[in-house]
Every structure is written in C-alpha cells, then in structure tokens.
Write a protein that binds this ligand. Structure first.
Ligand code: PMP
Length: 366
C-alpha cells in the first residue's frame, strides 16, 4: 500500500532489485584475497597513482568538464577520433544513461540469459521492459537474440566477453547480430573485458560503430587498468549519440583525480601488457588445475573464471564459498546470474591463485 503522506517513486521503480556487489573482506581472517570483482591483482599503474596524487593538490578546482586530456589519451592509444569519445563515472554511468535516453515505458530491451545484472536495473529504471534471450552452452546465442526482437524492441545489451561466463562470440557473430536488427534498435557493445582478448576483433567493433548510426561501444578503466575505485568509463559512439549524451550527462561527471589517473593509466602501455600477460598465464593454469580436481570450468577469455561445483550438497558452491571465505579467499556467488552451483573467481596474484587451488583440493576431500 502506498502512503499518501510521503513522496512516492513512479510506477516500476519498486520492481527494481538493487545491484548487490561481491563481498568485501571477511571478518577475522589475517590475509584476505578479494577475488570477487574482476579487479586487477597487479593494481593500477604506479604512474596513475602518482598522477592522481598530483591532481589531488588542486581539488578546490572543478575538473575539465570535457575530460579532454583523458579523451585525447584514449584517442591516441586506440587510434580513434576524439570527437566520438566521451568519459563517464564508470561505464555503468553511460550504460544507464543510454537506457534512460533511448528507452521508456512500453519499450523493450534485450540482454542475454547470463548477462551483466546491471542491465535489467538500467532497463527497469528507464521504465522499460527487460527481455532475456536464452544463451546456448553458456554462450551468447545471436539467433535467440534476434528471435526476441519485437516491434517494441529499442535496445540490445551485449557484453562481449560476457560476465560472469567469460565466453566470447567472434566478431562475425556480432556483425550478424547487427545486420539482423532493425535500424532503430541501439546495439550496445559492452567491451569491459576487451583488453583481455588478443584478437583484432575489436578493430571490427570500432568499425561497426564508425560505419553505423545504431552501435555504441562502452569500455572501462576498472578491469585491465586496475582503477575500479577511480570510476572511469568511456564510450565510442556515432556523432548523433555523442550529441544526445552530451545533453544529459552530469556536467562534471569525471573527477579531476580520475581524469589524471586515467590519462596516465592509458599511456602506460607496459603496465597494460603486464596485466594482460598475468591473465594469460593464470587463466589456463587455474582452468587446468581445477579441472584436474574434477571441477568444470567454463573456458574464459576474461580475467576471471566460472567454476562449477558437484551436485552433492557438501561440495556445492555455497559450501565452497563458505570454506574459501573462512580461509580469506573471497569469490563471487553467481546464483543471480542463473548459476546457483558455481562461483566466479577473479584471477588473483600467484599467491592467491595457488591458495585457492590448495584450499579447493582440501575442500573436495573433506
Ligand atoms: N560491464 C560489465 C560486463 C562488467 O562486468 C562491469 C563491471 N562489473 C561493468 C560493465 C561496469 O564497470 P564500471 O562501471 O566499473 O566501468
């Protein structure tokens, strides 16, 4: 029942379930390895930390509302036109803005079965209806997405690589998806984990944005750049979408410390390379070791893996989660993503990775 004596959110807002981030530190454990938010175990570039500290000396001043230095660093690094790049308070901000701009009551937006759980939040907050397209074998199924399109569809969110599965569809498939969508449907290519994919496919993604009016790519500094706490995301979009985003975004949405840190991080290619190499070393190692223990691991191209647990109660994912947390290893429960018996593990430091394998070896014997 609504209370007439206090302000009421408009219809639909109370249908939204708040996003629940992965757990932080457990209590009473000497050393905690947080492996629950796909952060970079090497941390940010030291140059980014230094730049943020320098920028902190001038905190009385507003930041550059256009984040020009940051956008220039992105443009230089990725070979893009600065006019098509915009920066945000995390990529979550631009994903949410796109939903609020292009969706309203009566509209539908599609995301996939195991897709990022912020999408339905953004869609519902815009007053629109989320439509879930089935995946096939924990992978995005382009045909299922296309079959979900109705005359009400206005947007498709595609995370590639996807979180929490870590699976990836080749760019030919993305192109096929785009070709099958009506021209008034916005395809949002969420490329949060793009840097971990060593292929030229992202060039194709960029080309898809550049040569169409209905594709946007979003990126983040939270993953490979290790700057989740700084909250920096960016988009690459056609001019008419740049224009609309510019009208609605907050005037100073990226802080001066974030602009400085992001610029330095983007220009420190050696740190990016080290970070990617770390993932390339440890994803195969973890996959192999956990498979040897009899656990199924979804093949991942991201900086995390999805670990599936056996059907017996004592060795289920919730039990494993409790066992690992007590030993200081914080993984991500993914029941909300359609995986009640799996945990998502972010690749950690060597110590953390070996520690999780050792702990799970003991757990499975217990
Ligand atoms: N997209 C995907 C697929 C993600 O996994 C995340 C982080 N959980 C984000 C977007 C948002 O990242 P941020 O807001 O930190 O840029």
């Amino acid at each position: 029942a609504t209370d007439p004596l206090r302000p009421q959110p408009r219809a639909g807002i109370m249908d939204i379930e708040a996003y629940v981030p992965g757990k932080g530190a457990a209590h009473g454990v000497a050393k905690v390895h947080k492996l629950s938010a796909n952060e970079n175990p090497l941390g940010p570039s030291p140059k980014a930390v230094e730049a943020a500290q320098e920028a902190a000396a001038g905190l009385e001043r507003y930041p550059d509302g256009q984040a020009t230095r940051l956008r220039q660093a992105i443009a230089d690094t990725h070979g893009l036109n600065i006019a098509n790049i915009q920066c945000f308070n995390g990529s979550d901000e631009v994903l949410g803005l796109l939903a609020r701009i292009y969706l309203g009551p009566g509209d539908e937006a599609i995301y996939t079965e195991h897709g990022f759980l912020a999408y339905p939040i953004f869609i519902l907050a815009a007053g629109a209806t989320p439509v879930v397209a089935k995946e096939a074998g924990e992978r995005v199924d382009v045909d299922a997405i296309l079959a979900s399109v109705t005359p009400r569809t206005k947007m498709v969110f595609l995370a590639n690589p996807n979180n929490p599965t870590g699976t990836y569809i080749a760019f030919e498939e993305v192109r096929r998806l785009h070709a099958g969508l009506p021209k008034n449907v916005l395809l949002v290519l969420d490329a949060a984990y793009a840097e971990f994919v060593r292929r030229n496919d992202y060039e194709a993604g960029i080309e898809l944005v550049a040569s169409n009016e209905n594709v946007v790519m979003t990126r983040t500094f939270s993953k490979v750049h290790g700057l989740g706490g700084a909250r920096i995301g960016w988009s690459y979009a056609p001019a008419h979408i740049v224009d609309v985003l510019e009208r609605v975004r907050d005037p100073f949405n990226v802080s001066s410390t974030a602009i400085a840190a992001g610029e330095a991080a983007m220009r420190d290619r050696a740190h990016v390379e080290r970070s990617v190499q770390h993932i390339e070393t440890w994803v195969p190692w973890l996959t192999e070791e956990l498979t040897k223990l009899g656990l199924r691991v979804t093949p991942s191209v991201g900086n995390f893996i999805l670990i599936h647990f056996p059907d017996d109660r004592e060795h289920s994912a919730p039990e494993a989660d409790g066992y690992l947390s007590e030993r200081g290893y914080i993984l991500r429960r993914v029941a909300g993503y359609g995986f009640p018996n799996a945990l998502r593990m972010t690749v950690g430091t060597e110590e953390a990775n070996r520690g999780v394998v050792a702990a799970l070896t003991e757990f499975l014997k217990s």
